[in-house]
Ligand binder design. Structure first.
Ligand SMILES: Cc1cc2nc3c(=O)[nH]c(=O)nc-3n(C[C@H](O)[C@H](O)[C@H](O)COP(=O)(O)O)c2cc1C
Length: 305
């Protein structure tokens, strides 16, 4: 089993259970209960995962229990899909992005048509490495000979748990990459080949996306699927961890969009994917690990943006 499910499940025993409404806790709770009793799932989730000042102590205790039992150490240093046995594709060190931040903020635009040219190793390595890569580290315990290390990345992560994982799909064979499904490890800046695409690969890739005539993903250089380990996030923060997970994927995605723009590549973030189909394609279970966000990258048709 790739993900150590038992370990993850034991972590989730630390989660506090967000209460359903308990009238009387504050002057408005009764009103809110009525307002949301027939609420939409999204409203109910949001309302039930709001922090309030009187939650302070309860949340503090839950987080403290999590940290003290070394679960934090485990969650931040050891959990992640284990693709160690899979073929490695070494990536060059990312190039430095010399473009001004102002420049990329102004020129980033969603790009939906691509030339069909593959990405170079340098370009993919730079987009992934600069956006998602390690930018610092610290030891999590003192005195050990080989203390577990927490590594910090180019994007922020609630509680430093980094519950987002990265899968790169190359739709068409190019000079640098075979068509196939790869896994990117930010901590090692390496790709693992999960499987190579066969004859019908392009068709299978395009079927993962909801119909959108303006986007031909098979002309893109790469598709980055971000998946989330929901348990890693809720283990520390309860159901609110799900919000943190999605917020974090947004941070990572924006880095990817800006790095791609800085390199003269085009990119578009997507919601319109067939989630269970993507999960099956990536061979993840869709429960402990689910797809949360998608970015398509490539050479823009019509030249550099
Ligand atoms: C969360 C999110 C989901 C999106 N999903 C899609 C999508 O499924 N298909 C698509 O073509 N564009 C998608 N987009 C891109 C938006 O359409 C685009 O950002 C918006 O029109 C503004 O244009 P700009 O990105 O060029 O500034 C998405 C953007 C975000 C932030």
């Amino acid at each position: 089993m790739r993900v150590e499910l038992d370990a993850l499940r034991s972590l989730s025993s630390y989660q506090y259970t967000p209460r359903a409404f308990e009238p009387g806790l504050d002057p408005y709770s009764e009103y809110r209960q009525q307002e949301f009793s027939n609420g939409h799932l999204a409203e109910l989730f949001h309302e039930n995962t709001k922090y309030r000042s009187y939650d302070d102590e309860r949340i503090g205790l839950a987080v403290q229990a999590f940290i003290e039992d070394e679960s934090m150490v485990y969650a931040t240093s050891k959990i992640g899909p284990d693709y160690r046995g899979y073929e490695r594709v070494e990536l060059p060190d990312p190039d430095r992005l010399e473009t001004s931040l102002d420049g990329v903020l102004e020129s980033r635009r969603s790009v939906r048509t691509y030339t069909g040219d593959g990405l170079t190793k340098a370009d993919l390595a730079t987009v992934l490495g600069r956006s998602l890569g390690i930018t610092g580290e610290q030891s999590l315990t003192e005195g050990d000979e080989n203390p577990p290390t927490q590594r910090f990345r180019a994007y922020p992560s609630g509680g430093g748990l980094y519950p987002i994982e990265y899968y790169v799909v190359v739709p068409t064979v190019g000079e640098a990459f075979d068509a196939g499904v790869y896994y990117y490890t930010p901590t090692k800046h390496v790709l693992r080949v999960l499987w190579r695409g066969g004859e019908d690969f392009e068709t299978r890739v395009s079927e993962l996306f909801l119909t959108d005539d303006s986007l031909d993903v098979t002309d893109a250089g790469a598709i980055l699927f971000m998946t989330g380990s929901i348990r890693r996030s809720i283990a520390k923060y309860g159901a609110r961890g799900y919000r943190l997970l999605l917020q974090e994927s947004g941070h990572a995605c924006q880095n990817v969009l800006l790095a791609a723009t800085a390199l003269g590549l085009g990119a578009v973030p997507l919601s319109g994917v067939d989630d269970p189909a993507v999960e099956e394609f990536l061979d993840i279970d869709g429960v402990d690990e689910s797809v949360v966000y998608t970015v398509v990258l490539g050479h823009p048709r019509g030249g550099k943006k």
